[in-house]
Design a protein around this ligand. Structure first.
Ligand code: 5RP
Length: 225
């Protein structure tokens, strides 16, 4: 069910302005209420997911070879559309997260309200694509061409301090895609990206989240798929 669980400004004596990190913490703590003893839990990365990790405390991070079915994964996201499709990977992790989160029975996404968008790419921020380093410029150009209709700009992710490429936990590079317009059919976009040789994975997590917890100034909203 969907619902506002916390008080609204009208029910509070004086409105409390919460920081973005406080909102992330509220969403994360709410998600941890779904954790039951004996569950196999998938844990994501990022500042929101870190609050969930801290809250759960001592957890064993088991891998998929041992536990092919994860009961519950909890993770943050960079963008969430109205259908619970996500952009992830702005923090640099997406492949391993996608492997675990696609294998779990329940995937709870925890965000503060700034992450909600009308359509993926709509924040104007990066949509990450993990590519193998070999001929990355070629891959970046093919990605840009694929989304030329949406005004795509493709940039290799680098460290600002030295211009060196960011390297993922799998030894790959990240090409960040920026769109000026809605890219449209997300499944078609996903298929087209994954058909390009040299592409490892992209940051669109489509039809994977089962529950969304959003913390905003007016309270916590929970949406189930
Ligand atoms: C890492 C991710 C994170 O989940 C995403 O970037 C959200 O991070 P945060 O909770 O710090 O805002 O996908 O690559």
């Amino acid at each position: 069910e969907n619902g506002i669980l916390m008080g609204s400004p009208t029910s509070m004596a004086s409105p409390v302005i919460l920081s973005q990190d406080e909102l992330k913490k509220i969403a994360a703590y709410k998600a941890v209420e779904y954790v039951e003893s004996g569950m196999v839990i998938g844990l994501g990365t990022g500042s929101t997911a870190k609050h969930a990790v801290d809250r759960i405390g001592e957890l064993l991070r088991q891998d998929l070879d041992t536990y092919p079915v994860v009961d519950l994964a909890i993770d943050g996201a960079d963008e969430v559309d109205p259908f619970l499709n996500l952009v992830k990977g702005r923090g640099g992790s997406l492949l391993r997260e996608k492997m675990i989160e696609s294998a779990c029975k329940k995937f709870i996404v925890i965000v503060d309200e700034s992450k909600m968008v009308k359509y993926l790419g709509g924040s104007g921020l990066a949509m990450p694509v993990e590519v193998i380093p070999f001929c990355w410029k070629f891959s970046a150009e093919r990605l840009r061409k694929l989304f030329e209709y949406a005004g795509c700009v493709a940039k290799l992710r680098t460290f600002p301090e030295n211009g060196e490429p960011f390297v993922t936990d799998n030894g790959n590079y990240i090409v960040d895609l920026y769109f000026k317009k809605d890219i449209g059919d997300l499944n078609a976009a996903s298929d087209a990206i994954l058909r390009l040789p040299g592409i490892v994975e992209h940051g669109m997590f489509l039809d994977m989240a089962t529950t969304l917890i959003v913390a905003g100034e007016l309270g916590v909203t929970i949406k189930n798929k």
